[in-house]
Design a protein around this ligand. Sequence first.
Ligand code: PLP
Length: 406
Amino acid sequence: MNRLGLYCSRCSARLPFRYHEMKCACGGTLLVDYDLELMTRTLTKEALQSRYPSMWRYRELLPVSTPDCIITLGEGWTPLVRMQEWEKKLPIKQLWIKREEQNPTGSFKARGFSVAVSLLKESGATKAAVPSNGNAAGALAAYAGRAGIEASVFIPLDCPPLIVEECPLYGAATYLVDGFIHDAAAIIEAGKQEQGWVNVGTLKEPGRVEGKKTMGLELAEQLGWTFPDVIIYPTGGGSGIIGMWKAYQELKAMGWIDGPMPRFVCVQEEDCQPIVKGIVAHGQAECAQAAREASPTGMRVPNPPDLAFILAIVEQSGGTAIALSKSQIAEATRTLGSQGISSSPEGSATWAGMLTLCDSGWLRPSDSVVLFNTSHAMKYANFASNSRLPIIRSYKDYIQYHSPQS
Ligand SMILES: Cc1ncc(COP(=O)(O)O)c(C=O)c1O
């Protein structure tokens, strides 16, 4: 088995592997440690070429040790589309879009939940819960359904109705929360012991970061074992940035890539931009005020669980963070649509961010740039209604809703 244990991204402590914990005593985030030396002796780039086009082609770099426990719906190996026409108009060398909306469940969240739910199965867990702005809820619902695990998902009331409505279709107990994602998380923390839920929220267990790591592994393989100069990624809780940073570290340690780390650019919406504010304040992690005006997208995470870690990655890579207005994001959706690409507001924000960074001269004429379209536009269409689902504010409301009198 390649999985050695866990290590702390802050204090470097090493611990035995744990399924349901990702916080070190020092407050840092625990990450999965692998025997990379063994990997370089047993796995080759050539061997990978003949493998099935799925993120599980990197199974040796994923933490599931029992193959029978792998829960897959065909996630990963998404297209990397080159935007040649735009390269001619923009002051950059190469522009690519990683089409993550083509994953099962219509978003990149499929990657993290394929691994997280496989680990749940391996650990013998029977119930899981997630706080989510929508896509993570849909992904947990789908993968847990396939694994025979009971899923409960808690989603802010104003999140896109189509994404919400899909969750009960996958068989998940679905609750609308009158609040933000951290209010949804508080309900799960309050009830997890009593209800037997494993909390699979951002950075609560090791699988989701590892699944998202495959975005970086795949990108490197699709680009002939190189990384682009710049990765622009719509950031909320930050597990995608952490995962891709980890992919770079592991491939570098294995000697499979050389060259500098890609400059990571986090894009957010103006009304909720804790990462942008942290970068401006030079790494001073500061939680944002609740973002009442912000659109209910995956970027709306006022308090990322390890903001300091995200800021350190962005700074270490020479990257930056940038906030876009709602109108810039809407315009970008139309531009990408006119190129045949259906992009969610999050994916569109990467395009708007790229344009802004071209205008400011931050992007250089020699740069190759990859944008992550993390979900597609259709999921955000507004023609359904969530109103049949229970609306709760607290764990007390949850109990009340389930009491025989209600
Ligand atoms: C479509 C989409 N893009 C981006 C994000 C943010 O991703 P991360 O949590 O990796 O920062 C989310 C999270 O919900 C999302 O649903």
